[in-house]
Ligand binder design. Structure first.
Ligand SMILES: CCCCCCC[C@H](O)CC(=O)SCCNC(=O)CCNC(=O)[C@H](O)C(C)(C)COP(=O)([O-])OP(=O)([O-])OC[C@H]1O[C@@H](n2cnc3c(N)ncnc32)[C@H](O)[C@@H]1OP(=O)([O-])[O-]
Ligand SMILES: NC(=O)c1ccc[n+]([C@@H]2O[C@H](COP(=O)([O-])OP(=O)(O)OC[C@H]3O[C@@H](n4cnc5c(N)ncnc54)[C@H](O)[C@@H]3O)[C@@H](O)[C@H]2O)c1
Length: 578
């Protein structure tokens, strides 16, 4: 038994007869349900459950931006057998059941990510209070790891939501913000954050959330909780769900969608559907066992191992291994307001960069500007931003056909036509206007950065930043360092890309870099297949069945190949930077 005086990941506080369990995972940016955390959480919970002086419990996090990010993903990798995974899920379910069945009210006070096992903890609590801010989000992303929620999450989501809403969350693994969670009935109270410019605002917001949770739990202790009353729509929905024809129809629609999106290549969504079907037909006891069986089956698959490895890879690509840039980047000038230039502006203005968008003609500029405005207006329509936020974001965009204000720029991102001479000329011309510290990034998919910088006065400040279309949707950014590119230039480009929300790979300045090189080899194979007499349609079917989103032949037809064809395929090259 853990000594409650020696807790390292939990701080236990009391106010009157209320206990506040504050999670604060040691040496970690986020809280996770690791063995170390659970070895403290379970004894703390049992102690509070049995202490007659304690009338109510609050579970809250001390970490800004993270309530609980789920179970510890590394724990699954260290497990040796399927049985151990089954038992792990069963233990998780048991802990959540104990929370749910506690006679003392337990409130989850949530600020930050509440994901996977973290959401399962919150769902097991009797009451959920959530901060209505950008960093607070709810979801069960297990499917993205090739798994399913294994601590009772499938069951509690089914209980709390309509079948289609539950399927939507579990099968897509998407995150919803606090406001939506409240509208869906998953959150009881929304707390508006304190708006202020003081530095430790997030800590203050946690304090504020805590005070509201204490008030609420005290109220519940006095009044005794009333059972949640279902509204008319919810009652109609649950009556409809009793009809097996309707249930089966919804499940078969969901199955058809999964098959068309994944070609049946991923086992997790199919297992999720199976667990839900078993639950609906046989009740929650069978459902919980099916959930644990499916969790164990899935966690040992190659697909789960590969997807977990992808999670680790993505996490690595979110780090700046070059440290902190010498200067903070405030102003970006984007040269060329085409599809990609406008896209780069789009992902910069909402991150509080000041952006100058430049093009040679007003009509080209207008085209790019309209692309950005239209996207943000769409966000308002879809309630992603308010009109006040829209105005603030758009005020960061300055469109111009002159070189005014370039002396204020910290970075230039050139995104004009794929033409070496043109890119070289622009670099040379702009060097007359930009300040000494400003770095120059070229958005090219194949041209040598070394050659673009051939006539530069300061080649160490020249780098490649290869974005992908559509820039606001594709997370990848390929950063190309030439031999002469300095570490601070790379560090600066990476910090800009990370702030734009990109996942970054850094590669050497070799022909085709990394991504275009892969494409070239795929196209070579495609040409062989066409020469051998295969039809483009059949090649598309085969590549999609293999897991490509878009068929290779249709990709060739989309114009990508003609752009790639301008480049040359080198005999050998080492493109990944070390
Ligand atoms: C009780 C037992 C129950 C067993 C039954 C299973 C129950 C359950 O259904 C299964 C799960 O929850 S499956 C889980 C379902 N949950 C998910 O899939 C959520 C996965 N996490 C995320 O999506 C993102 O990390 C956040 C959005 C949470 C934060 O984003 P951000 O602010 O950009 O931060 P960042 O840079 O991304 O991460 C910072 C550091 O934290 C690390 N780390 C994070 N989560 C971890 C985890 N669960 N694990 C381990 N580590 C995790 C990350 O590796 C990194 O480490 P490093 O050493 O510094 O490199
Ligand atoms: N479109 C894609 O899918 C894609 C993907 C990755 C990389 N790229 C690369 O990104 C760059 C831009 O591509 P795009 O698709 O946005 O092209 P685009 O044709 O849509 O836009 C290019 C813009 O550059 C402007 N321009 C031309 N000369 C200029 C000059 N001297 N000064 C300022 N602006 C000038 C044009 O007016 C036009 O608005 C290219 O190098 C391209 O190869 C494109």
């Amino acid at each position: 038994m853990t000594d409650l005086q020696q807790l390292k990941n939990i701080k236990l506080d009391y106010e009157d007869n209320i206990a506040i369990v504050q999670l604060n995972q040691e040496n970690s940016k986020v809280n996770i349900l690791s063995r170390k955390m659970m070895n403290e959480f379970v004894p703390v919970f049992n102690h509070l459950k049995n202490d007659d002086n304690i009338k109510g419990i609050i579970v809250i996090s001390a970490k800004p931006g993270s309530f609980i990010a789920g179970a510890d993903i590394n724990m699954f990798e260290s497990v040796k057998s399927r049985d151990e995974l089954y038992q792990m899920s069963r233990n998780g379910q048991e802990i959540m059941n104990q929370i749910e069945q506690s006679s003392k009210p337990i409130i989850a006070a949530i600020a930050g990510s509440c994901l996977g096992g973290g959401f399962e903890v919150a769902l097991a609590c009797h009451y959920r209070i959530a901060m209505n801010d950008k960093r607070t989000g709810f979801g069960v992303p297990e499917v993205k790891l090739g798994l399913l929620p294994g601590a009772g999450g499938t069951q509690r989501l089914l209980k709390n939501l309509s079948l289609s809403d539950a399927l939507d969350l579990i099968l897509a693994g998407k995150e919803i913000k606090a406001k939506k969670a409240k509208a869906m009935g998953l959150v009881d109270i929304l707390v508006e954050p304190i708006r202020s410019d003081v530095q430790d605002i997030e800590e203050q917001n946690i304090e504020y959330l805590r005070s509201i949770a204490i008030r609420k739990v005290k109220e519940i202790v006095v009044q005794k909780p009333t059972k949640r009353k279902f509204g008319l729509m919810e009652n109609i929905k649950s009556i409809i769900m009793l009809n097996s024809y309707v249930r089966n129809y919804i499940l078969s629609q969901a199955q058809a969608k999964v098959m068309s999106q994944t070609q049946g290549l991923y086992p997790a969504p199919l297992k999720i559907l199976d667990v839900i079907q078993q639950t609906l037909e046989n009740g929650s006891k069978v459902g919980l066992n099916a959930e644990a069986e499916a969790f164990a089956d899935l966690a040992i698959t190659n697909e789960a191992k590969a997807l977990i490895s992808l999670f680790h890879g993505r996490t690595e690509c979110k780090k700046n291994k070059y440290g902190k840039p010498e200067r903070e980047i405030k102003t970006i000038a984007i040269i060329g307001a085409g599809a990609i230039g406008a896209g780069i502006a789009h992902v910069s203005i909402d991150k509080d960069f000041q952006v100058i968008l430049y093009d040679t003609t007003s009509s080209a500029l207008y085209h790019g500007q309209s692309q950005i405005i239209k996207s943000y207006q769409n966000y308002i329509k879809r309630n992603r931003i308010t009109s006040t936020e829209y105005s603030r974001i758009l005020s960061n965009l300055n469109c111009q056909t002159t070189f005014d204000n370039l002396e204020k720029c910290d970075i230039i991102i050139e995104s004009v036509f794929e033409d070496l001479k043109l890119k070289q000329n622009i670099l040379n011309e702009l060097e007359q206007y930009i300040p000494e510290h400003c770095i120059f990034a070229s958005n090219t998919y194949i041209l040598s950065i070394h050659q673009i910088a051939a006539n530069s006065r300061r080649p160490h400040k020249v780098i490649g930043m290869h974005y992908f279309s559509p820039v606001d949707k594709v997370e990848l950014l390929e950063i190309i360092r030439a031999k002469q590119t300095s570490d601070n230039t790379i560090c600066t480009a990476v910090s800009v890309g990370l702030k734009q929300g990109k996942i970054i790979i850094i590669v050497n300045d070799s022909p085709g870099f990394y991504t275009t090189r892969l494409l070239i080899f795929s196209f070579i194979e495609l040409f062989y297949l066409l020469q051998e007499g295969l039809l483009p349609n059949d090649i598309d079917k085969a590549t999609k069945k293999f897991g490509f989103h878009i068929g290779l032949a249709i990709l060739l037809d989309s114009g990508v190949a003609s752009r790639v064809a301008i480049g040359q395929l080198p005999p050998k090259s080492n493109s990944i930077a070390t």
